[in-house]
Design a protein. Sequence first.
Length: 388
Amino acid sequence: MKKTRIGLLPRIIIAIILGVVLGGVMTEPWIRPFVTFNAIFSQFLGFLIPIIIVGLVTPAIAGIGKSAGKMLLATVGIAYADTVLCGMLAYGTGSAFFPSLIEGMTAGTSDAAGQGIEPYFTIAIPPMLDVMSALVLSFIMGLGIAYGNAEVMKKGADELMGITGKVIEKAIIPLLPPYIFGIFLNMTATGQAYSIMVVFAKIIVVIFILHILILLYQFCVAGAVARRNPLKLLWRMLPAYFTALGTSSSAATIPVTLRQTELNGVSKDVAAFTVPLCATIHMSGSVMKITACALTICMMKGMPHDPMLFTGFILLLSVMMVAAPGVPGGSIMAALAPLASVLGFGEQDQALMIALYIAMDSFGTACNVTGDGAVAIIIDKCFSKQTS
């Protein structure tokens, strides 16, 4: 008999629904065990965040650090600038439109925030490094491995990446549904869940419109540089878009992205270089989603969300995203570090971010990989003569 496997997204949705339904009927003694589990899991997650940074960012930096050349620098520069710009676009749009969407719900959410049910006990698991120390260490180690020809350390970094990936895949991801169930159970019991879900139903619509606008702008720029029709270029990338919707993986979509990029007239050499690289570093859709959701939570909770704070957050988040494609759920796992260190997100806020991100994961991935085709067109226009 073949076992039926339920994917992560359906499990997250089931957890949210059960949390909302049961939170209205369960009494405090029944809820506290789940709150206790969440308190311990949150400590475990906080301990792992610096390890995730070192384990995933170090080999990523080592992998691209030594590949010197103008094409690499141009691709990395364009991908990073576009990722940051998409994050800033999400912040600007959110600052303009989100206050009216969450009007009347901010105060209720803030007042209820401190009234959650307390756990029976918790276990303190302090992290070995703080977030910035882990990030700086990752860059030093990654660049040192790349330029020092440290083969033994490179093998060690690759093995650490494998271990980190397994921890996320086998320990964190399977425990996310009960963790999110506990969060929504507690929020429903304290009267917060309904207002939050109503607000994010509206925000998701805005995010979907934003990611369509981002693709249009990316291909308009690519079309202007290449002097070609941007809508035709975007149309040819649709197979990659829909493949990413189905797989929710930039890496798994690379063969389709590569084929469609070549059909857009990009030379094979340039496409073979830019598409796999951009699958690792060009995360425009992911950063846009995370920024929009984080801004919403900040507004609802009355937390600081000024332009300077979010500019720093987006710049750091865009760097952290180089670790994202390595493992399933990598984007939101990598984002937890700047969410906590820069924006001050706590356990409940991080759980909301995880649930919201996974609910929209495939759309962000589709935006990422389709935009890779636009970056490849620009690079091809600039470097095709050098590669021919």
